[in-house]
Ligand binder design. Structure first.
Ligand code: UN1
Length: 484
């Protein structure tokens, strides 16, 4: 077994176009087999942040003024390299994060496509020409880069989220200091290597490894013009306060408590497939995961029974095993959080229909048997707090109006879904549900990269991410008037 053990990588910070060797006291473990150390990781602090921000600031003028073609080429090459190496990168991602190999490779492909998309965006026209209301006067608007941007990314999409923040940042002429999440540094480092290989000039893209305190030093740095953060609601709120206090631009993508409504007229098989994907794929560790399944009376019992059967049949195992349908939680902390919420839900009076057992498999890992909890009430903690694991709760409702009211309860509003064959209800739900993304007969999770991403209420703050909307956050508008 030991002979088959894959290599342990030793990571370095990426500052000013170089890998900066440092002591590497941290460890990134394989959640499917904690005997496998994926990487040893340095732990940066204020000194590394100062060096990286200084490098990014020095690199900014030339990068901002470069031909958009140059920026486009770097992004395009990065996209090609990611796509060429999808198998190796996807394997590393699955080994480090714990999502299954198809999920890991799929996410890698998504990251490659994101770079390709923003290679195009770099060349596209984002300013406008307008006639003034005053005769003889003309107006132009420019989209200018902000400067150094700080990116703080989570572990659950360890390549796609760094890609969807850094690709637009770079496309529009900003320079980057990025802090990837603690549990998935090796996957992020692979992206930094690729950007260097793709020709990003020194200082344009800097990556630092460290804890939340180091993240705080990025957020507080006077030369960081903007912060884009994806992570928990609590940390996001603190990042937002710190950024606003010094008038830095800030964009936050935080939690969700995403409802999936299943109406009586739904196709049962389709509803079950959608719920299974939305709640349990990627081990439920998606901020877009369906965690509240709101089911109308007449289909309720059939739906819960059919979903429970599928959930119980999910093969939980090593993320790299081709037989595995659901990998482990990313960390012991996340695994324990799932168990804790199962206890909370049953303590509140919920009925554990299936799952929730502690699993001991061939390798030591952070496995959770996916759990379905029925007969819950909308205001219980299981339906108001984010679990971020393979745990879903069902709520029984009588009418569509009641389903909509339950969906709209709580403080989050990232994604919401409905399964129905009624055009009337589908259209009404699209209009009235309080969420940034609405899915009709589709899972709440799993989004395209060329369209806006983000939520309402306490799920998100600031401009939308991704696709054609990304230009709004990563540029500032200058309005130029002229008379001649
Ligand atoms: C998806 O559902 O495809 O952290 C993406 C997250 C989200 C991304 C979800 N920002 O889970």
């Amino acid at each position: 077994m030991a002979a088959d053990m894959p290599v342990t990588l030793t990571l370095s910070h990426y500052i000013n176009g170089a890998r900066v060797a440092a002591e590497a006291p941290g460890e990134s473990l394989n959640p499917s087999n904690t005997a496998d150390v994926v990487a040893r990781v340095p732990r940066g602090g204020r000194a590394e942040v100062d060096a990286a921000v200084a490098a990014a600031k020095a690199a900014f003028p030339a990068w901002a003024d470069a031909s958009p073609e140059l920026r486009s080429d770097v992004l395009d090459r990065a996209g090609s390299l990611i796509l060429e190496r999808r198998e190796d990168l996807g394997r590393l991602l699955s080994r480090e994060e714990g999502k299954t190999l198809p999920e890991g490779v799929g996410e890698t492909v998504r990251a490659g496509r994101i770079f390709k998309y923003f290679a195009g965006e770099a060349l596209r026209r984002h300013g406008q020409n307008l006639d003034s209301v005053r005769p003889g006067v003309e107006i132009q608007t420019y989209r200018q880069p902000l400067g150094v941007v700080g990116l703080i990314t989570p572990w659950n999409f360890p390549i796609a989220i760094p890609a969807w923040k850094s690709a637009p940042a770079l496309a529009f002429g900003n320079t980057v200091v990025i802090k990837p999440a603690g549990p998935t540094p090796a996957t992020a480092a692979a992206l930094a290597d690729i950007l260097f290989e793709a020709g990003a000039p020194a200082g344009v893209f800097n990556m630092l490894f460290g804890d939340g305190k180091m993240g705080g030093a990025i957020v507080d740095h006077a030369d960081v013009e903007a912060i884009s953060f994806t992570g928990s609601q609590t940390v996001g709120a603190a990042v937002g306060r710190a950024a606003v206090a010094r008038q830095a631009r800030v964009q936050l993508e935080m939690g969700g408590k995403n409802p999936l409504v299943v109406l009586d007229d739904a196709d049962l098989d389709r509803a079950v497939t959608i719920a299974l994907d939305g709640s349990f794929f990627a081990t439920g560790q998606r901020c877009t995961a369906s965690s509240r399944i709101i089911v109308q009376d007449a289909i309720h019992d059939r739906f819960v029974a059919a979903l429970a059967e599928k959930v119980a049949a999910l093969r939980v195992g090593d993320a790299l095993d081709p037989q595995t349908q659901m990998g482990p939680a990313v960390s012991e902390e996340q695994m324990e959080q799932s168990y804790r919420y199962i206890e909370i839900a049953t303590g509140e009076g919920g009925r554990l229909v299936t799952g929730g057992e502690r699993l001991s498999l061939a390798t030591p890992g952070w496995y959770v048997q996916p759990a379905l909890i029925a007969d819950t009430a909308p205001d219980w903690r299981i339906n108001t707090e984010e679990v971020f694991g393979p745990v879903a709760a069902t709520v029984r409702v009588k009418t569509y109006e009641e389903a909509l009211a339950v969906a709209n309860a709580g403080e989050f509003g990232l994604s919401a879904g409905i399964v129905t064959t009624s055009l009337k209800h589908a259209r009404d739900f699209q209009r009235r549900v309080q969420a940034g993304m609405v899915m009709v007969n589709l899972p709440t999770a799993g989004v395209d990269y060329h369209v806006p991403f983000g939520g309402s209420r306490r799920s998100s703050y600031g401009q939308r991410e991704q696709g054609y909307a990304a230009v709004d956050f990563f540029t500032q508008t200058k309005t130029a008037y002229s008379w001649s």
